[in-house]
Design a protein around this ligand. Sequence first.
Ligand SMILES: NC(=O)c1ccc[n+]([C@@H]2O[C@H](COP(=O)([O-])OP(=O)(O)OC[C@H]3O[C@@H](n4cnc5c(N)ncnc54)[C@H](OP(=O)(O)O)[C@@H]3O)[C@@H](O)[C@H]2O)c1
Length: 366
Amino acid sequence: MSLDRYYLLGRSGLRVSRLALGTMNFGTGGFHAAYGKTEDESRQIFRRYLEAGGNFIDTADFYTAGESERILGTLIAEANVRDKVVLTTKFTNSVAPGDPNAGGNGRKHMIRAVEASLRRLRTDYIDLFMLHTWDRITPVEEVMRTFDDLTTAGKIRYAGLSDVPSWYAARAQTHAEAHALAPAVSLQLPYSLIDRAIEQEHVAMGQTLGLGITAWSPLGGGFLTGKYRPSDQGLSGEGRLSDAGSPSGSSWSEREWRLLAALEGVAGKLGVTMAQVALNWVATQPGIAAAIAGASSVRQLDANLGALDFELPAELRAQLDEASAVPPVSVYRMFTPGYQSWLVNPGVKVGDKPAEYAPAVQNWVA
Ligand SMILES: NC(=O)c1ccc[n+]([C@@H]2O[C@H](COP(=O)([O-])OP(=O)(O)OC[C@H]3O[C@@H](n4cnc5c(N)ncnc54)[C@H](OP(=O)(O)O)[C@@H]3O)[C@@H](O)[C@H]2O)c1
């Protein structure tokens, strides 16, 4: 089973499964209530993930208004696996509307958030504490200083960033390096066959600066499982996307349905499911340390667990790459192999880099 092989996360000694368990739907409160799961349903999913050897758990303080953390605290205590799991949580989103320091990335909120997460998770340390979203205000120096203080205080083991511009992460990391502060080891971003935007900047930045990328919504929220079909309303099929529209907020485009057909073709040739191919593609892309998969039931999780038990042959990967490609725009056109051999190195055979997997993947440890 592929979950019980562990890989180094970014430039760190932390060993994690390449499929992390997303728990945004554990609990039935708050923002994610529409597709939330009860404690019992969450327990089954959590236990199955552990049985398969998985050790990488993702949550956040505001998921299901704190219920996700509370449920995880209970489940981890019940299974007596606190030291075995790599527990990730995040702060930024407000937990008390109207209170200016109950959200954002300032030091006051970071410290208050870590204490509240520790209480809900029923633990005295967090393995990976992440800034959830760039708040556009707090100086990067303040955030990295606070991460360093929380590490020294033993409240957190590692720091990470989620949903930030690549320039911000680069500034944060170089600041930490220059001042010998605890660095960030991971970057959490949306990434899947239908959303490859992070390839423009974030992937190369993460590889250069030692940030292992963990990909959220690797199935595009369920779209890439193939259970939806085009309809007058946008799409039809059973699942949380049926009334939600596309991830970008616009309607589902021809491109996305064409991509789905290509994915179905590849899955058919390999004799596996579309979801498994989609997860495999994400987890083995350059710079990607792990795909954070969500599941609404044990049945779904079970079906997805084999995603890393096969190799995606180069020619089939190329078909998926082509079907999901987004043509580079503006200045990014100048960094493509075509442009470079036309103007930067005309008449010179430079060659593309060989297809590299994530450095973390090459650092495989048993
Ligand atoms: N940092 C961030 O800003 C951020 C943002 C979003 C998520 N996240 C993290 O990423 C995790 C995963 O996000 P996600 O839930 O959007 O990921 P996802 O893996 O793209 O989508 C998971 C959903 O797809 C459907 N699905 C999964 N396997 C299936 C199968 N075999 N057959 C049919 N349907 C299947 C289920 O939804 P239905 O059954 O309802 O259709 C499931 O809840 C979250 O739990 C959270 O930890 C982080």
